[in-house]
Write a protein that binds this ligand. Structure first.
Ligand code: F6P
Length: 422
């Protein structure tokens, strides 16, 4: 039985934080589910900023085919942002503005699609209705390549970056192995993930035995031990002939200092990370004298829709549809999360979880997922990770050999209010 609508009005959807290869699949799930129930959907341009600035997009102007194409199009179709709302006490004006915009456009449901910081924003907005006497329901919708949201089995976006990382580790290692005798001995791949080592761990799916790549994984959950790292690289080169290292961007030394910071911070106060691979490569060269190559896929990894995991794409779509069901059923301050009931075959379903259990929390790799030496993943980690990269979801390609990614018209809704300084 489809849930009954509680009132008339519009639904506002916004994307937030770092985008992924499948966040637009969630947008497609939201819009298609709402259309099926006759509920008009606006999208905010550039996340919560679009709501504050009254920069809204009428998704009703898009064709069915354009919305369907979102399911295989990477990036954030409506634009995303990193913007932290202060507390109601610290900046009441921003909240009043949001309610003013919601009221002006008859927004009754707000769906915020992001990571743990965005879950915090969603939670704050979900509390507004009572505080400001306006009937607004707010649902957080999960997304993050970092896979660090609490409660949910995994985060939409992660399965695809995990697949990209495992496949890239495998492919680059075949390259290194070919020429190791006379050329490169050490290859270092740096991956994202901020303070959690989930993406780095996924590289471990590329091989199973100690001699198969990756030979070392460096996790942010373990402090970096230079001597142990160099000893392991040397032993691997002497035994195997070459060595593949996968390093998480967030690794720190024993004093808690990141090995590589870009020197900037985002709106949430997070240090911008990146550049650990060249630091490690220089160390390998200086202390061991080996020829090296390093790679930093950076945005390539989180936008690689051509190598998406079908499981991930399906989960991303499912949480979008579930979020609409929850909102229209009158739920508030919840997030559709993925609940696993079996590893092999992988069985999962979507259920609502309270936002306050998710906002501002970071789920790191449990110690049982890391080998005793801290350089690899355990059988339990493999059991968890393996199903998430299952299946392919290739985008359609044109005769020019390029993927046919969708592009929306993104028609602006006429503004009704004076502009707002934030
Ligand atoms: O939060 C997702 C993420 O991709 C992190 O893994 C990475 O550290 C960060 O975003 C990069 O953020 P930005 O694109 O804002 O620099």
């Amino acid at each position: 039985m489809p849930p009954r609508r509680t009132s008339s009005g519009r639904l506002l959807y916004a994307q937030s934080g770092g985008v992924t290869a499948v966040i637009n699949a969630t947008a497609a799930g939201v819009i298609e589910a709402a259309r099926a129930k006759g509920v008009p959907v606006y999208a905010a341009r550039n996340g919560i900023l679009g709501a504050l600035r009254e920069e809204l997009i009428d998704t009703g102007k898009e064709t069915k085919a354009a919305i369907a194409a979102l399911r295989h199009t990477p990036g954030g179709a409506f634009g995303s942002c990193r913007y932290k709302l202060k507390s109601l006490e610290a900046n009441r004006a921003e909240y009043e503005r949001l309610i003013e915009v919601f009221r002006a456009h008859d927004i009754r449901w707000f769906l915020y699609n992001g990571g743990n910081d965005s879950a915090d924003t969603a939670l704050k907005i979900s509390q507004l209705g009572k505080a400001m006497d306006y009937d607004i329901r707010c649902i957080g919708v999960p997304k993050t390549v970092d896979n660090d949201l609490a409660v949910t089995d995994c985060c939409p976006g992660f399965g695809s970056v995990a697949k990209y990382t495992a496949v890239s580790t495998l492919e680059a290692s075949l390259d290194v192995a070919s020429m190791a005798d006379t050329s490169t001995k050490v290859f270092i791949l740096e991956v994202m993930g901020r303070h959690a080592g989930w993406i780095a761990a996924a590289a471990g799916l590329a091989g199973e035995s100690a001699d198969e790549p990756p030979h070392l994984i460096l996790f942010p959950e373990r402090s970096f031990d230079e001597a142990a790292f160099l000893a392991r690289v040397k032993a691997t080169v002497e035994r195997v002939g070459w060595c593949t290292v996968v390093a998480s961007e967030g690794i720190r030394d024993a004093d808690g200092r990141f090995l590589a910071e870009a020197g900037t911070r985002d709106a949430f106060g997070h240090t911008q990370l990146g550049g650990v691979a060249p630091v490690l490569a220089a160390l390998v060269k200086e202390k061991l004298g080996y020829k090296y190559h390093w790679a930093l896929p950076d945005y390539l990894q989180r936008s690689a829709r051509h190598l998406a995991s079908r499981t991930d794409a399906e989960q991303a779509y499912a949480v979008g549809r579930a979020a609409v069901d929850y909102a229209l059923a009158g739920m508030n301050a919840v997030m559709p999360v993925i609940v696993r009931s079996s590893d092999a075959p992988y069985r999962w379903k979507v259920e609502p979880a309270p936002l306050h259990k998710i906002a501002n929390r970071e789920k790191k790799m449990p110690s049982g997922f890391l080998t005793r030496d801290g350089f690899g993943i355990t059988v339990a980690a493999r059991r968890y990770l393996a199903p998430l990269i299952q299946g392919e979801a290739h985008p359609p390609h044109g005769s020019d050999g390029l993927p046919r990614y969708g592009r929306l018209k993104n028609t602006s809704v006429a503004k009704k209010l004076p502009s707002f300084e934030h």
